[in-house]
Design a protein around this ligand. Structure first.
Ligand code: ATP
Length: 203
């Protein structure tokens, strides 16, 4: 049986780290953030539409998306965010679906589909067989994101306020990985879940 596990979690919870561990065990990973990035680099498939919609003030010299300029635009006018998402989201959905299909055609044991806003957007829920939540103490999330990005504590809290709450995520989860501590505990949980997913694929 084919199995698609939707992996989600709050900002800085450790989604990429967890997905990388699953990949090292043999899972096929399809990451919607990676796809979004690929679509918006120079020559990315979304760039002609983005340029037509927003003009060249949101382009870098190489033709890729100037993320800082786009952030400023979206901040000054939230409706611009909707216009950008109307271009990107259908492309991300189509590309992620195609990659899941080709991973299954290539007989991957199962697919880990990483969707940061899986619960918030709703668009992916019917495409996944199970939901795996990377759970994390909020203080740890804030510490990780501020250390990595240079965002302030208030900015990280503001982003977290737009995302599903920890109880909402846990209520929707079929499986949970707790990633508030070190990587050793994390690896043990990933290995146990990997075995469980392999068992499910042979049912
Ligand atoms: P985002 O929502 O911003 O895309 P994410 O959920 O994908 O983030 P990661 O990028 O995997 O999270 O992790 C965030 C940061 O925390 C990274 O710098 C990562 O190396 C670190 N990190 C993740 N898990 C652990 C851990 N168990 N121990 C120590 N550091 C960790």
């Amino acid at each position: 049986m084919s199995l698609i596990v939707g992996l989600t979690g709050g900002i800085g919870s450790g989604k990429t780290t967890v997905a990388d561990y699953f990949a090292s065990l043999g899972a096929a990973v399809v990451d919607t953030d990676v796809i979004a990035h690929e679509l918006t680099v120079a020559q990315g498939a979304a760039m002609p539409e983005i340029e037509a919609a927003f003009g060249d003030s949101v382009l870098l010299a190489d033709g890729g998306l100037d993320r800082a300029a786009m952030r400023r635009l979206v901040f000054s006018d939230p409706s611009e965010k909707c216009r950008l998402e109307a271009i990107l989201h259908p492309m991300i959905r189509a590309a992620s679906e195609a990659r899941c299909q080709s991973a299954m055609a290539a007989r991957a044991p199962y697919v880990m589909l990483v969707v940061p806003l899986l619960l918030e957007s709703g668009a992916y829920r019917e495409r996944v067989d199970r939901i795996l939540v990377v759970d994390c103490d909020e203080d740890v999330q804030i510490a990780r994101v501020t250390a990595r990005s240079g965002l302030s504590i208030e900015e990280v809290r503001a982003i977290m306020a737009t995302q599903a709450s920890r109880p909402e995520r846990l209520a929707a989860a079929n499986d949970v990985v707790l990633n508030s501590a070190g990587t050793e505990q994390l690896i043990a949980q990933v290995v146990a879940l990997h075995r469980h997913y392999l068992e499910l694929t042979v049912l």
